[in-house]
Ligand binder design. Structure first.
Ligand SMILES: NC(=O)c1ccc[n+]([C@@H]2O[C@H](COP(=O)([O-])OP(=O)(O)OC[C@H]3O[C@@H](n4cnc5c(N)ncnc54)[C@H](OP(=O)(O)O)[C@@H]3O)[C@@H](O)[C@H]2O)c1
Length: 319
């Protein structure tokens, strides 16, 4: 794996850059000369990483976007702030993710794992997509996980209202990321922007730490003891961001530096149906693709689409 796409002067935005995998990716991209922007929900933790990176790269301060990715308003605000800077965007790493032991809802009333792990990627990417296209050649890297192979999205109950398990919610959010990557890659064909998904493999990180109860710290300690370091796990994402070898690869899914086949089945149109539901939930769509999208009542539309999807499933046909 080589880092031979010259990142010098390239603007690289990394979400969830305050811990684990995202922090390691941000540090590595900065070492390769990238002009890094850190997106995190805590200003304090962002400042800490900013200081660390500045110390490592000779004092060049990465910029900071403070944004809670579970909030649609916050994502819109962060995207607007970035766009107002007037800077290009060459690399977007959608990394932030959570595991939530219990079913929780975001401030917008969306199941939290779906909101942070997937819908935030969708909304942030589409809010920035015009700028990314203008900056081409450019790359989008979405962090998924091989758990997407185990759990299949249920478009009739995308928010796990009927039943919830933390691994089910996590795996399905990562299945959504795999679909989003493939669908977005199709829409971006010919634009000079590539989009790929990555499974970093096991990462020593805080992923289990934010949960209540005694098990979370124990699981967190075991993860940090047994799993590979974040720096090591970050190699595949950094490779996707910085290697000429993959400069024209798009719609791929990578693990351990190698391209794999994601499990997108079983229905061929899942990606497109997921896109419609997501556009309604996030209140954003791809300019030129679905004119008129971006509704004033996105959650109601999403509930209607989910209900229709469930009805059609019961009837055995699809819209
Ligand atoms: N750990 C693994 O074994 C593993 C395996 C496969 C895939 N992954 C994926 O790798 C990615 C990074 O996870 P990690 O293991 O490095 O976990 P981590 O150490 O917990 O890092 C997660 C990052 O996401 C941020 N984040 C969480 N909720 C957020 C929100 N609402 N708004 C903004 N930022 C938020 C966290 O911010 P704070 O610092 O403020 O908490 C942190 O920076 C995730 O997508 C995860 O699913 C991890």
């Amino acid at each position: 794996m080589t880092g031979d796409w010259n990142l010098s002067g390239k603007v690289c935005l990394v979400t969830g850059a305050t811990s684990g995998h995202g922090r390691a990716v941000a540090r590595a991209l900065s070492r390769l000369g990238g002009d890094v922007v850190i997106l995190g929900r805590s200003r304090g933790r962002c400042l800490e990483v900013q200081r660390q990176i500045a110390g490592e790269n000779g004092g060049r301060n990465p910029d900071i976007l403070v944004c809670d990715l579970s909030s649609r308003a916050d994502i819109d605000q962060a995207a607007s702030q970035f766009l107002s800077w007037g800077r290009p965007l060459h690399v977007l790493v959608n990394n932030a993710g959570i595991v939530s032991r219990y079913r929780q809802e975001s401030i917008d009333g969306v199941e939290l794992t779906l909101a942070v792990n997937y819908l935030a990627q969708f909304q942030l990417t589409l809010r920035l997509i015009q700028r990314i296209i203008e900056s081409a050649p450019a790359r989008i890297i979405n962090v998924s996980s091989d758990t997407h192979r185990v759990y299949t999205l249920d478009l009739g109950d995308i928010e796990h209202r009927a039943a919830y398990s933390f691994m089910g919610a996590y795996g399905r959010s990562k299945h959504a990321v795999a679909h989003f990557t493939a669908t977005l890659a199709r829409r971006l064909q010919g634009s000079g922007v590539t989009v790929n998904a990555v499974d970093p493999g096991p990462v020593a990180s805080n992923i289990a730490g934010g949960n209540p109860g005694l098990i979370a710290p124990l699981a967190g300690a075991l993860i940090n003891l047994l799993f590979p370091s974040a720096g090591r796990a970050a190699r595949t994402a950094v490779y996707l961001a910085s290697s000429e070898e993959v400069g024209h690869v798009t719609g791929g899914y990578f693990k351990s530096g190698k391209q794999k086949v994601p499990r997108l089945g079983p229905e061929e149109d899942t990606g497109e149906r997921l896109w419609q539901i997501s556009a309604a939930m996030a209140g954003v769509d791809m300019p030129g693709w679905r004119p008129g999208a971006g509704t004033s009542r996105p959650l109601e539309v999403s509930q209607r689409l989910q209900a229709e999807s469930a009805q059609n499933k019961d009837k055995g046909d699809r819209p």
